[in-house]
Write a protein that binds this ligand. Structure first.
Ligand code: C2E
Ligand code: MG
Ligand code: MG
Ligand code: MG
Length: 278
């Protein structure tokens, strides 16, 4: 019986692993043509100002409509893009698309809406990054102050000197910079204080534990107090319930993001074309 069980498990893992490796290879191969085939698009999630309850920004989140596998999440294809260096052209494409779409909606609705876009560590090392950002702004007409680039703390901590140099150059364009997923890496607020950044996004794992764990509330309160002391605005990610929103508001976070406030939507759903408006 033990043998049958063991054999079954082994076969199961074998098939499972083979399928995963095959999917990985197929997706990595197909990703090479995703930009040219126009399969990548951007979903936009509202970022809400917690004092005025107003949508002040949207975070652009990449989506891949694969002809056979359907929608592939960035959690799966961004790592593939990073391994193969495709992240640089894909990131530049994303910036062009998103700045163009948000600039158009700002114009059409006379809105002061900001765009947040994610940068991967590899993009931060790319000597052409500054050019890509400048071109996206110039081509779209999006004002620099309406763009905020999000970088994870680990991307910066790998080489703080190099990161500080590029972040400073980006910021001199007039754009804003945010630390994404704060609390999941190994940096401290003391280290972040020296970086040229404007916004700190508290990782959603903290928000998830709010209300069930008193310690987390104390930690978040501390992050907010220290961030404000060094002049950073604080955004809480992953707010899924009204209860979490209430606590986040009480703790003094400046902005919030999460399914309770709005999911990532295709641009046409966030801003329906005039004919669809009833
Ligand atoms: P992120 O930048 O931290 O983005 C937030 C992620 O949390 C998004 O997942 C969003 O859909 C999800 N989320 C938002 N609110 C909630 C909530 O209330 N509950 C839960 N459970 N999740 C929530 P998504 O779109 O799958 O993106 C995952 C990650 O992929 C992003 O994390 C970001 O690191 C990366 N990514 C997405 N687009 C890009 C891109 O254009 N470039 C780069 N380099 N990375 C990207
Ligand atoms: Mg982000
Ligand atoms: Mg995040
Ligand atoms: Mg994340």
């Amino acid at each position: 019986q033990a043998k049958a069980h063991g054999g079954g498990r082994c076969a199961f893992f074998g098939v499972d692993l083979r399928e995963r490796v095959q999917r990985h290879m197929v997706l990595e191969q197909d990703l090479r043509h995703a930009v040219a085939n126009d399969e990548l698009w951007v979903a936009y999630q509202p970022v809400v100002d917690l004092r005025g309850d107003r949508m002040v920004a949207v975070e652009g989140l990449l989506r891949w409509s694969h002809p056979l596998h359907g929608t592939v999440s960035p959690g799966e294809f961004i790592p593939l893009a990073e391994e193969s260096d495709l992240i640089v052209p894909i990131g530049a494409h994303m910036l062009r698309l998103a700045t163009r779409q948000i600039a158009a909606e700002r114009e059409r609705h006379d809105l002061d809406l900001h765009l947040n876009a994610n940068l991967s560590p590899r993009q931060l090392e790319d000597p052409d990054l500054l050019d890509h950002v400048q071109h996206a702004l110039a081509d779209s007409g999006l004002p620099a102050h309406a763009l905020c680039l999000e970088i994870t703390e680990n991307a910066i901590m790998q080489d703080t000197t190099a990161a500080t140099r590029i972040l400073t150059a980006l910021r001199e364009l007039g754009i804003f910079l945010a630390i994404d997923d704060f609390g999941t890496g190994y940096s401290s607020l003391a280290q972040l204080r020296r970086l040229p950044v404007d916004i700190l996004k508290i990782d959603r794992t903290f928000v998830t534990d709010l209300g069930t764990c008193d310690e987390v509330e104390v930690i978040v309160a501390g992050i907010v107090a220290m961030s404000h002391a060094v002049g950073l605005d604080v955004v809480a990610e992953g707010i899924e319930t009204a209860a979490q929103l209430a606590i986040i508001r009480d703790l003094g976070c400046d902005q919030g993001q999460g399914y309770h406030l709005g999911k990532p939507y295709p641009i046409g759903e966030l801003f329906p074309p005039p004919a669809d408006r009833r």
